[in-house]
Design a protein around this ligand. Structure first.
Ligand code: ZN
Length: 157
């Protein structure tokens, strides 16, 4: 019954490496000049402040996404993973991912059939550090606000 432990350790290391990689070299970082939707996310507890930009086509497909701002490694890695995930999705699917990621970070075993967390499962590692969970959710709250075209910043508080 000990065989599972090393694999879990290995996965944990892989996840940590993935988070660190995205924190050090964020994907799709910078302003999206022709964005159709944008929203800001603020996490006052940590001081993370990010803006998510989306280019949503008439058929509801997100053809491009980016983010900018400043935040801790977890918030930046989460935003970077987010942009990689949502490009090419419809806004409806992107919102399903928002639900799935927020549920996963809240420790709920909710796994909608149409959502494969894939790499995003790496974010679940932050559940070991409850004070960092809000850092990981921030970009997803901003994504939700951007899709709904909210003018108010999304906040974790
Ligand atoms: Zn943070």
């Amino acid at each position: 019954m000990t065989a599972a432990a090393p694999l879990q350790e290995e996965l944990r290391e892989l996840y940590r490496d993935l988070i660190l990689d995205h924190a050090r070299s964020p994907r799709h970082f910078g302003k999206l000049d022709d964005a159709s939707n944008r929203a800001e996310g603020i996490n006052p507890l940590c001081g993370d402040k990010l803006k998510v930009y989306l280019k949503i086509k008439d058929d509801g497909v997100i053809s491009d996404a980016s983010f900018e701002g400043s935040g801790c490694a977890i918030s930046v890695a989460s935003a970077s993973l987010l942009t990689e995930t949502v490009i090419g999705l419809t806004t409806d699917s992107a919102l399903s991912y928002v639900d799935a990621v927020l549920a996963a970070l809240a420790g709920q075993q909710k796994d909608p059939a149409d959502v494969q967390l894939g790499k995003l499962a790496a974010l679940q590692g932050v559940r070991e550090f409850p004070s960092r969970v809000k850092c990981a959710t921030l970009a997803w709250r901003a994504l939700n606000a951007a899709i709904h075209d909210d003018k108010q910043p999304a906040t974790t508080e």
